[in-house]
Ligand binder design. Structure first.
Ligand code: GLA
Ligand code: ZN
Length: 673
């Protein structure tokens, strides 16, 4: 099976010819316009179930054949979707069990999409039947380059079938031993010892919602249900079309599904990217987007991913949907490429005439022509992407990793104590990402259980929950010469959210880091403490560990409250490696200075050899260097050596102007060029 890697940049997006089946002249116009816009791929059939199977067991693929053929004859390949994201009404009318039951215990009525039970055998069977029909039908069809499974899997179902499945999942997790579950969930507290698995329900606001281990298990179960639902979807595709890679589109930092786990089940990771460019801080939006790209790139060990959706202009689901400034769509696309995407795809090709998303941006608007700003920008992007086909397949090398783990996100959200207002785990990870981003350094964003070995530096912000083996893995990484940075509330609980006994961080990590944490203080938002590091002082916010050094060198101290003068930044040489602890939380200026020290002392390479102006994003992919201006003003880029502009072929050297929303893609000039 191929992994979806491609010799060109896939350019296209969601295309819904099914909405225009009664006016097929629109299809011909679509083809003409797609060619004008340099589109080479269309994702078809995502929400087409009611046309594909208008009545139970009656299938009609003729219209799909017709459009697939038209597309392919015109040089446009097809990413074919399975339609499980939205059902025809007949299905839930006949089989109400397919409808989702919300947390309140009430079964939903027919409506919207993604409104299905993940466990329902009937739904799984119906999905499997139509997927098999599609695979039988399109098997061997050269137009089909990838399967797009369902759409943005999300949510959860609390129906009786799901409750039963959850109990089964728990039985497996706890070796069919209710006492093991009671021990791990600390059932003696509030007299919560169960005598049978049948007594356990999904967490609910009107039921059990104070047992963090239950909530963690439920999240893990929901992830596994999605994966098994997906595995059921792809079984016929794997059997009949083993050469066609499979993906499903992830939704940014959505935390309802552990994407880091799900990713190992897809051939190509893909995600839907809708940056908020109108929030008044475009440079920050660019960082958030870069971070998400790096998350998804890292889920597959750095292999290229697809940006499955983005908008060519506006979305319709923010409260106010401001049009981003001209050029935004292009720089969003280029940023995706810079960070490892092999595709630029839109939601959507043509605006629907009716329905909920009729005002969502599309390449072709309700005017239906190519005479719009949005169309001409998309066409220009298409032209540029054709010149960048060599970028496809290339990867970035990372010497630094940040551990940002989905399960740890859940755990940090669920415990009660210290500062209950301030968790923001993903933002905490971003704080440590920003200094590297600003220095043009590639960072992998990895889960706790990733392979640590190739990294010079690993930073683990707020790594509160340690999964089985994490302690050993951190220890051996450091032993073998790695440089590891932990922060506050590090190594506090195990995977069932039970505290480690004998002090924090867990077990032997106290020796590795040469410290132990005695107390943890929480500061209200308006109480800002001070800490020293080097010859500077920094703000201490929200959470701070009070630590007792036990062999570690003290690099910084608190300067406030009864713990003034006690250590808050420590360093321990452990065997071949280095173990740092930063015991407090701050707004990022500390991370900036601390990371500068890490970059220097570990000789971490940047993509470029000059000071990167604020608001400029720089990323190296293969030997392409992307320089992108995400600020809203012109910036001067001080290129110290000769580069070649990949698009124009011109030489670039010295102080070079780069307007807002503009970018340069360059390569170092070789001696003989
Ligand atoms: C998601 C969905 C699309 C569409 C867009 C709108 O990403 O996958 O079907 O609803 O949002 O932004
Ligand atoms: Zn259910």
């Amino acid at each position: 099976m191929n992994n979806g890697s491609s010799s060109h940049i896939v350019y296209g997006g969601d295309y819904n010819p099914d909405q225009w089946i009664k006016t097929k002249e629109v299809w011909d116009e679509d083809i003409r316009l797609m060619k004008l816009a340099h589109i080479n791929s269309a994702t078809v059939g995502i929400f087409a179930w009611s046309l594909l199977e208008p009545q139970e067991g009656v299938f009609d693929f003729d219209w799909l054949d017709e459009i697939v053929e038209k597309l392919y004859d015109n040089g446009i390949s097809v990413i074919l979707a399975t339609p499980s994201g939205a059902r025809p009404p007949w299905l839930s009318e006949k089989y109400p069990e397919v409808l989702r039951v919300e947390e309140n215990g009430i079964r939903n009525e027919y409506g919207v999409r993604h409104n299905h039970c993940l466990t329902s055998p009937v739904y799984r069977e119906k999905v499997s039947i139509i997927n098999r029909k599609l695979a039988e039908h399109f098997k061997g069809n050269p137009a089909i380059k990838m399967w797009h499974i369902s759409n943005e899997y999300s949510g959860e179902c609390h129906c009786p079938l799901c409750q039963e499945a959850f109990r089964k999942w728990l039985k497996k997790e706890y070796h069919n031993d209710i006492n093991e579950l009671n021990d791990k969930w600390w059932g003696g507290f509030w007299s919560h010892n169960y005598t049978d698995f049948s007594q356990i329900n999904s967490p609910k606001s009107r039921g059990e919602n104070h047992v963090s281990a239950l909530k963690l298990c439920w999240k893990r179960f929901v992830t596994d249900s999605h994966i098994s639902f997906y595995e059921n979807e792809i079984a016929p595709l794997r059997e009949l079309t083993p050469d066609i890679p499979v993906t499903t589109n992830f939704m940014n930092m959505y935390d309802g599904i552990d994407y880091q786990k799900f990713a190992s089940h897809v051939d190509t990771v893909s995600w839907d990217n809708y940056p908020d460019w109108s929030n008044g801080n475009t440079a920050r939006t660019a960082i958030n987007t870069a971070f998400a790209h790096d998350v998804f790139r890292s889920t597959k060990g750095g292999k290229p991913f697809y940006m499955m959706e983005s908008t060519p202009s506006v979305v319709n689901w923010r409260q106010v949907n401001k049009i981003p400034s001209p050029g935004t769509q292009e720089i969003t696309s280029i940023q995706a490429l810079a960070y490892g995407s092999d595709s630029v795809q839109y939601f959507q090709w043509r605006k629907s005439r009716g329905g909920h998303e009729k005002y969502h941006g599309a390449v072709v608007g309700h005017d239906g022509t190519e005479n719009t700003r949005v169309f001409s920008e998309a066409a220009h992007t298409g032209e540029i992407l054709e010149k960048l086909s060599d970028v496809a397949g290339k990867q970035s090398e990372a010497e630094v990793a940040i551990i940002c783990d989905w399960e740890n996100k859940w755990a940090t959200d669920f415990f009660c104590g210290y500062n209950n207002n301030r968790r923001d785990y993903f933002d905490e990870c971003k704080k440590w990402y920003i200094p590297f981003y600003k220095a043009g350094i590639t960072v992998d964003i990895i889960p706790e259980d990733a392979d640590y070995s190739g990294y010079k530096v690993i930073i683990a912000p707020f790594l509160y929950m340690l999964k089985d083996q994490t302690e050993e893995r951190i220890t051996s990484y450091i032993k073998n010469g790695g440089c590891f940075v932990s922060t506050y509330l590090f190594g506090v609980t195990d995977k069932d959210d039970r505290c480690f006994l004998g002090g924090f961080p867990a077990n032997g990590l106290k020796d590795v880091f040469g410290i132990s944490v005695e107390e943890t203080d929480a500061l209200p938002d308006d109480l800002i403490y001070k800490a020293s590091f080097g010859d500077k002082f920094y703000d201490v916010r929200h959470i701070c560990d009070i630590i007792r050094p036990n062999g570690a060198q003290i690099l910084g101290e608190y300067k406030s409250d009864f713990y003034s003068g006690t250590p808050c930044v420590t360093f321990n040489k452990f065997d071949e490696g280095k173990a740092y602890c930063v015991a407090f939380r701050n707004e990022g200026d500390f991370a900036r200075d601390f990371c500068s020290m890490l970059i220097e002392s570990n000789r971490i390479k940047s993509a470029v050899n000059f000071n990167i102006p604020d608001g400029i994003g720089i990323r190296k992919r293969g030997d392409f260097i992307f320089v992108m201006n995400f600020s809203n003003e012109m910036k001067i880029i001080p290129f110290p050596i000769y580069y070649t502009d990949v698009i124009t072929g011109e030489l670039v050297f010295g102080k070079t102007r780069l307007e807002a929303n503009k970018y340069l893609i360059v390569k170092e000039k070789k001696e003989n060029e």
